[in-house]
Design a protein around this ligand. Structure first.
Ligand code: CAA
Length: 254
């Protein structure tokens, strides 16, 4: 099951299937996709944190027992469902943070990769071991791992299925920081982000998501255009006025 805990503007989404190391079966992944869809649209939620129940696993991947019975058509639908969940994490108009508290394997690593920021506990283990099952990463791993860590590193990891620890994940840029307890670090960063202008965050996320694809010149043009348009927002006026008046800004999201 999926738990959503709200603390003012921060929502913590917990995948809670501890007896299967939070592996995602059809009902859990559907519930996760639906929960993310609601949080994406809820303007009162400024930041979303994704984590796993217990201290052993973030998400140990797609549920292999469930997957082993799928035919081609069902497997395509299963892949599409995972992509929907990943797509929501990647494109929802607010920051998403993965608090990786243990195994983040296969689809678990892929959902973490779809988040904007990743933090890991010292004991976390990450990887794309699909190759050992005779399959490939199916929820974004062949694309997003390369975008985060570079193509050479990504190919080695997806070809070998090698599982890495938090230190190596930090070294290759797969996670932003290593910290125990990892949820505390994620909550701290989420609270910091929740104090920023949600409009500026939304625009930066949208623009940054274009950075590794599309046409560089038109992406830069889009940035220049958006930069100018933001000057119509109350938040921009408040932020700059507060600096001039030597006081902290109070952003309203308008
Ligand atoms: N699917 C289904 N069940 C899983 C699971 C998974 N991905 N990962 C763990 N479990 C279950 C185990 O079957 C076991 O259940 P039972 O007690 O009923 O047997 C329980 O969780 C505990 O796991 P272990 O006893 O194996 O725990 P361990 O500490 O010995 O090993 C582990 C932990 C190394 C993570 C091992 O469980 C493992 O290798 N899991 C599979 C990881 C994996 O391959 N993930 C990728 C899945 S494919 C995918 O995600 C496709 C995609 O791209 C979308």
């Amino acid at each position: 099951m999926i738990r959503v805990d709200r603390d003012v503007a921060v929502a913590v989404v917990t995948v809670d299937r501890e007896d299967a190391l939070n592996a995602l079966d059809a009902s859990t992944l559907t519930e996760l996709r639906d929960a993310l869809g609601h949080l994406a649209q809820d303007d009162d939620v400024r930041v979303v944190v994704l984590t796993g129940a217990g201290d052993k696993a973030f998400i140990a991947g797609a549920d292999i027992k469930y997957m082993s019975g799928l035919d081609v058509g069902q497997a395509k639908e299963w892949g599409a469902l995972g992509h929907e969940a990943g797509g929501l994490l990647e494109t929802m108009p607010k920051p998403t943070i993965a608090a990786i508290n243990g195994f983040a394997l296969g689809g678990g690593c892929e959902l973490a990769l779809a988040c904007d920021i990743r933090f890991a506990a010292t004991g976390a283990k990450l990887g794309q071991p699909e190759v050992n099952l005779g399959i490939i990463p199916g929820w974004g791993g062949t694309q997003r791992l390369a975008r985060v860590c570079g193509l050479g590193v990504a190919k080695e990891l997806i070809f070998t299925g090698r599982v890495i620890g938090a230190d190596e994940a930090l070294r290759i840029g797969l996670v932003n920081a290593v910290h125990d307890p990892v949820l505390e670090k994620a909550r701290e960063t989420a609270a910091l982000l929740a104090s920023k202008s949600p409009i500026a965050l939304r625009m930066m996320k949208e623009l940054a998501n274009r950075a590794l694809g599309g046409d560089h010149a038109s992406n830069l043009k889009a940035e220049a255009e958006t930069f100018g348009e933001l000057f119509a927002s109350e938040d921009a006026k408040e932020g700059m006025t507060a600096f001039v008046e030597k006081r902290p800004p109070a952003f309203k999201g308008r």
